[in-house]
Design a protein around this ligand. Structure first.
Ligand SMILES: O=C(O)C1=C[C@@H](OP(=O)(O)O)[C@@H](O)[C@H](O)C1
Ligand SMILES: C=C(OP(=O)(O)O)C(=O)O
Length: 422
């Protein structure tokens, strides 16, 4: 299938943000490990969160998707799987990495695998740290990459962990840590990638009753024995998904209001709004909705997006329509995602007529006269959504394999249709 995107004029649209992918993954895992029942309300039902849910079910956790909620019967810290299980995590890095440490809470070995691309996404630093904490982690194929087989126990204690490739390595150990035999103390020798996701992890853990001490992003201690308690857990809206909606106002002009976002969220992709404001948009966060409005021209900016990785492509798309160049830094770890995102973004923007310069950790976009092109998202939802939005300003855009948005934002195309934008 192909979605064709035509140029539209200034917009006046209102959307509801989809629920947060990161919060839904974590609430599923905390609820599955908790004592008692958990009701996750307004969860994200998308390909990736279904993969986490199915993984937990195969570990023996009863779980039910109901309209607008998920009911989870917690296993009190020991997965009841009756034997070895293999979990297919597709291309969901969060599923594979977060379940890696939790798998030590099963009495039987757990094999975690995924699709072809997932087998190229690293897990080595996580495996190394887990071994120090008592786990047996064996690489079934290429050392440092899935598939991995997890057995042994989560003894706990102190370890160092390098989160500079992915914060998910750190989140993984933190989320399982309340069920270690001893307290877990993690020291991060290097600045973690995507550090804001560690705030999301801590937020969910605290919400489920864990005790966690920390010094910024370089030291964490989780108390053993402070089990998660089942609860009703409402999931807030997703700032990464909302970025595509806000970007429509930035590239087309006019205004877009998005409801369902928490104004004091710790999600790092909130920073995308600061970027739009610095470029010349008006951003207002009211009680009901966050609104982005553009009446004049956009100017280029320089911004560090290391903590907001999932909105780098949205920002690159907006930057291509500005009046001056934009330099985005903190992009090194985007090469480990669903695709080599910097490479694909640079190549597509160049084909559209923009100038793009790439270094190891930055992306500089120099706007030029743009024209639409055919985009192969390489099965990367964020590439499809970012270039669809840019297509609304440029016209003549064709997005191949549009169903890849199922990963995080299954209603993306319907949302644009619903507001008459497609
Ligand atoms: O923990 C999470 O929920 C996520 C962490 C980030 O990954 P990295 O830490 O690998 O950059 C982000 O890109 C991903 O979409 C979700
Ligand atoms: C990188 C992403 O997800 P994950 O790491 O879970 O595959 C994403 O959604 O952009």
């Amino acid at each position: 299938m192909i979605v064709r995107v035509s140029r539209i004029g200034p917009v006046d649209a209102r959307f509801e943000a989809p629920p947060s992918k990161s919060y839904t993954h974590r609430a599923l895992i905390a609820g599955a490990l908790a004592s008692g029942r958990t009701r996750i309300t307004r969860p994200l039902r998308a390909a990736d969160t279904e993969l986490t849910a199915r993984g937990l079910e195969s570990l023996g956790v009863p779980l039910e998707w109901l309209p607008g909620e998920i009911a989870v019967a917690g296993c009190s810290g020991t997965f009841p799987a009756p034997g070895e299980v293999t979990i297919d995590c597709g291309n969901s890095g969060t599923t594979l990495r977060l379940l890696t440490s939790a798998a030590l809470l099963s009495r039987h070995p757990v094999v975690l695998t995924g699709n072809q691309r997932m087998l190229e996404r690293p897990v080595g630093p996580l495996a190394g740290a887990l071994r120090t904490l008592g786990g047996d982690v064996a690489f079934v194929g290429q050392p440092g990459y899935p598939p991995i087989c997890i057995s042994g126990r989560l003894r706990g204690g102190r370890t160092e962990i390098d989160g500079s490739i992915s914060s998910q390595f750190v989140s993984s150990i933190l989320m399982a840590a309340p069920y270690a035999e001893e307290d877990v103390e993690l020291t991060l020798p290097a600045a973690p990638a995507s550090r804001s996701y560690l705030d999301v992890t801590a937020d969910v853990m605290l919400g489920f009753g864990a005790r966690i001490e920390r010094r910024g992003y370089d030291w964490f201690r989780v108390e053993s024995g402070r089990a998660y308690r089942g609860r009703d857990y409402p999931v807030e809206g997703d700032y990464s998904s909302a970025s595509y909606l806000f970007a429509v106002a930035a590239v087309c002009g006019g205004r877009v209001a998005v409801t369902g976002l928490s104004p004091d969220s710790v999600q790092g992709d909130r920073r995308f709004l600061d970027a739009l404001e610095a470029m010349g948009c008006r951003v207002t966060a009211g009680r009901e909705a966050v609104t982005v409005e553009r009446t004049g021209d956009l100017r280029g900016i320089e911004i560090d997006m290391s903590s907001s990785p999932d909105t780098v492509q949205t920002l690159a798309a907006v930057a291509a329509t500005a009046g001056s160049p934009t330099r985005i830094t903190g992009t090194a770890h985007l090469q480990y995602k669903e695709s080599d995102r910097v490479g694909v973004t640079a190549e597509t923007l160049r084909r559209m007529g923009a100038g793009v310069e790439v270094t190891e950790d930055s992306l500089t976009i120099t706007p030029g006269p743009l024209h639409g092109v055919a985009v192969d998202p390489h099965d990367d939802h964020r590439t499809a959504m970012a270039f669809a939005v840019l297509g609304l300003a440029v016209g003549g855009m064709a997005i191949r394999d549009p169903e890849c948005v199922e990963k995080s934002f299954p209603g993306f195309w319907e949302a644009l249709y619903g507001e008459g934008l497609l």
